[in-house]
Ligand binder design. Structure first.
Ligand code: MGD
Ligand code: MGD
Ligand code: MO
Length: 789
């Protein structure tokens, strides 16, 4: 559908509470993206292959807007370079060793966004009150450019005013020391914090006396970590890029590869080219699930030579993945009756626990239930199972389409169950492979950003660092929100990220922030979380990953871990956006010194030379022995992982089958739809580059809800009609959005989809998984009706 009418303002929930809290910008077309009065449109979904010239054009536009055409292009050539240069601060997809220039459209956008020539300085803050800025869109806030100096909130003028670094640290120290208990503070991390900074950050929090280390991973892959730990005693996938390159079957479940891990398209295309079977499981058939132009192959781009990226697409019902996997297992057990060799008996006997009980459970599950709960036909499930049975080596990968559901943990464990039946773990070309989000979200956890760390880990930290870590469990993201809102947490420190926008229940989150005595954000760009602040508030600007980090001993590098456990050094190359910026390790050390005057930790020495931090990390972190030497090798090193060698360090010493009941994922009331919130092609989480979603055919609009055509018809909705969306939370409370446009899309009946973070208002504080405590961002129960406003 195209150019229905010129834009008129729909907008988010304009509840008085939301407006008063400063979380709702003026409602004009564009959602939280740029304001626009250009007509919106939705064409048929993109019929060109993913990547290619559409991608190149989009990059050009972003480079221009950030006034970066020349410097921007030059910097791309050192990004993801094996020996010098910086690691792409975008997604966590590993670098391809065979590719000289392993970059993608969205990585380029991401880097350019950081390297913008625009600046947010003291004069900017003097000219705009916080109340005024709260009315700006999120796009407009970030689009002002890079933050340049530390700022403190001045309630007299309702503006942020400059403050020296020392005074800022002193203020934080004063507030933290004034707390009755260290657990009244929460230390949030967004997943791009380096390994070195992560290690210092958790050390500071624990030396101070709390495990309150909520992180973005609590909203992202918590379910994957918990499931993999329970099954195979590792929080991470075991497959790496070489396994991707040598498997015969690859299942890609709940991932929008073309937008969120574009460099994965290279692997998908290569897999199809060499004859491997690639099956996408997704309610939507996403662009990267059909054809692509391999991102780095410029000749193909010029010739428009597309490569297939799948051999099959299964449009599962939201949350129906467990039923599909169990159905596949059922077919495997059926086949084993006539040909026992389809099961890897040796592996099952030597390395696993609970296979017989799993077999009994699977055999007792009727096809009718599997069909109904997966939303697939028996023939489709059998087709997928045949691909699995014919493959010698299988990799199964997944992302948020699996993890952000109530049964995320059970589903990931079911994936491991299926892999284990045929020994698809700890063998070349096999393994579970979660697709991580932020570039270093996996490394954050490795380095101790964990609200619930293992005793052995803490004991080692204490021994090496000479501190006494607290043993009580800390707060994760959803529990931090509750604790801020009840007044139990009084100081919030955010190391990156945009907590107010990323979190569920924005009204409650904002109320919690407002109740805090102090909120601190270490950031590169201005965002909503700076405007929804505590009684005292600081914005501390830091160096980005592209920038040179000079300390007493010279130029410093930091390291990060990709989704496949490889750790690499990253060295910034650009002149910092402002001479007043400090590195994240330096900011953490500054806070620590002001908060812990009696600390024996050598904070200043750590900052002077990051090798000193790595020397200590080498003693604390398993697999990091020789860290300083290993990380300087080209492409760094892979962290050793016992499960990859079939050494399963569960309490029983064996990999554990799970035996979860088949979840019922279908709402009782036929009028209720299951809504997922997802990213458009032109955004990075809460950072929105434009209102377009090229691969889904969407232009100039973010306030939309995609629905099945028949579900629209049932509700009397024509293409592009305005609708009201009412979500019912688990606790019975209701939340709503008004004036969104309903658009039909090829997706299962009973499902709906729209963009985060505009739709976060629909998620209640209690709407999180009982298995992972992850907010239910992919299964919101909603009613959709023609708009009454
Ligand atoms: N350019 C760009 N790259 C990014 C990000 C970004 O915002 N922009 N974000 C980064 C981060 S932090 C993360 S965590 C990742 C997120 O990467 P993705 O997981 O790809 O993120 P989403 O956009 O939420 O898309 C979820 C996908 O799961 C599908 N899905 C929804 N429900 C179900 C279900 O029940 N079953 C199945 N099988 N599929 C389902 C959706 O249709 C969609 O294709 O990307 C990272 N990379
Ligand atoms: N409804 C719904 N909500 C979701 C999701 C969903 O699928 N649906 N996904 C969830 C997921 S998977 C995630 S990971 C979270 C993301 O949550 P967050 O990680 O909290 O959010 P981001 O948008 O990635 O953070 C953007 C901000 O990071 C800051 N920044 C950028 N680079 C740097 C840097 O180098 N250092 C520092 N210190 N700051 C920097 C900038 O100021 C920028 O404004 O959102 C979650 N929220
Ligand atoms: Mo994420």
């Amino acid at each position: 559908m195209t150019n229905v009418e010129a834009a008129t303002p729909p907008g988010a929930d304009r509840s008085p509470a939301g407006v008063a809290l400063g979380i709702v910008p003026e409602g004009r077309q564009g959602g939280y993206g740029p304001l626009t009065d250009r007509p919106w449109s939705m064409a048929a979904p993109y019929h060109h292959p993913a990547a290619g010239w559409g991608a190149a054009k989009s990059v050009g536009e972003i480079l221009l807007r950030q006034r970066q055409p020349v410097g921007g292009t030059k910097s791309m050539f050192v990004m993801n370079h094996p020996v010098r240069g910086f690691d792409c601060p975008g997604c966590a997809w590993p670098d391809d060793k065979g590719v000289a220039l392993d970059i993608c459209e969205n990585g380029i956008k991401h880097v350019t966004w950081e390297m913008t020539a625009k600046r947010v300085d003291a004069a900017f803050f003097a000219a705009h009150t916080v109340a005024e800025l709260a009315g700006w869109t999120d796009f407009a806030l970030e689009d002002q450019g890079r933050l340049t100096e530390p700022m403190v909130y001045d309630p007299e003028t309702d503006t942020y005013v400059p403050i020296s670094w020392d005074a800022a640290f002193a203020l934080i120290g004063e507030e933290l020391r004034a707390l009755d208990h260290p657990d009244q503070a929460a230390f949030y991390t967004s997943g791009r914090l380096s390994n070195e900074a992560s290690f210092l950050y958790q050390l500071m929090a624990r030396e101070f006396g709390t495990n309150n280390l909520p992180d973005c991973s609590n909203m992202c892959h918590e379910a994957s970590g918990r499931a993999l730990k329970a099954s195979i005693a590792t929080g991470k996938g075991t497959a790496d890029l070489e396994d991707w390159e040598s498997c015969d079957a690859l299942f890609v479940i709940g991932v929008n590869a073309a937008s969120n891990a574009p460099r994965m398209l290279t692997s998908l295309a290569e897999a199809v080219r060499r004859g491997a079977q690639v099956v996408h499981v997704n309610p939507l058939v996403e662009a990267g699930a059909t054809r692509t132009i391999v991102p780095h192959e410029f000749v193909d781009m010029a010739l428009f030579r597309a490569t297939d990226t799948s051999t099959d697409n299964l449009q599962v019902r939201p949350g129906g993945d467990l039923a599909l996997i169990r159905g596949m297992a059922k077919v495997v057990f059926e086949a084993a009756q006539s040909d026992p060799s389809v099961l890897d008996h040796e592996f099952l006997r030597a390395y696993t626990n609970g296979a017989d009980a799993y077999r009994a459970l699977v055999e007792a599950t009727p096809w009718a239930d599997l069909i109904r709960q997966s939303g697939l036909a028996e023939a489709e499930i059998r087709r997928a199972a045949q691909i699995y049975l014919r493959a010698e080596r299988t990799v199964i990968s997944w992302c948020l389409g699996v993890s952000q559901h109530e049964h995320g943990v059970d589903t990931v464990r079911e994936i491991v169950n299926l892999l284990m039946l045929r020994g698809n773990i700890g063998r070349p070309g096999t393994g579970p492979s979660p697709v991580r989000g932020h570039s270093n979200v996996q490394g954050n956890r490795t380095c101790g950003i964990d609200h619930d760390p293992a005793e052995a880990w803490l004991a080692r930290l204490d021994e090496v660092c000479g501190i006494r870590s607290p043993r009580t469990h800390g707060l994760d993201t959803v529990h931090t929100i509750a604790a801020m809102s009840s007044g139990a947490v009084r100081v919030f420190i955010g190391m990156g990220g945009n907590f107010v926008r990323a979190a569920p229940d924005p009204v409650m989150t904002a109320e919690g922030m407002r109740r805090c005595a102090l909120t601190v954000h270490v950031s590169t760009k201005l965002n909503r979380s700076h405007l929804v602040h505590g009684q005292r508030a600081l914005i501390l600007p830091c160096l980005g990953r592209t920038e040179r980090d000079e300390q007493a001993s010279g130029r410093q590098g930091i390291s990060s871990e990709d989704a496949m456990s490889s750790v690499q050094l990253s060295i910034g190359v650009r002149r910092p956006a402002s001479p007043h910026l400090r590195s994240e390790p330096a900011i953490i050390a500054g806070i620590a010194r002001a908060t812990l005057p009696a600390s024996a930790t050598p904070w200043d020495e750590y900052v002077a030379d990051y090798d000193r931090i790595r020397d200590v990390m080498a003693q604390v972190l398993p697999g990091f022995e020789g860290f300083n030497e290993l990380v300087r090798r080209p492409y760094g090193f892979r962290i050793p992982q016992p499960a990859r060698e079939r050494d399963f360090r569960t309490p029983s010493g064996r990999a554990e089958f799970s035996h979860a009941p088949l979840p019922d994922v279908i709402p009782e009331d036929a009028d209720v739809l299951v809504l997922q919130t997802m990213r458009s092609h032109d955004q990075w989480n809460t950072t929105i580059y434009s209102n377009d979603d090229r691969y889904r055919g969407v232009k100039n609009i973010r306030e939309l809800v995609l629905m099945n055509r028949k579900d629209m018809k049932d509700r009397g909705l024509a293409e592009g009609d305005r609708v009201d969306i009412v979500a019912t939370s688990r606790d019975g409370t209701e939340r709503s959005l008004h004036g969104f446009r309903a658009l039909s899309y090829d997706m299962p009946r009973g499902s709906a989809a729209g963009y985060m973070p505009e739709m976060n208002v629909l998620i209640g504080a209690k709407d999180y998984s009982t298995q992972s405590d992850q907010p239910l961002m992919k299964s919101i129960r909603v009613r959709i009706a023609p708009s009454t406003r």
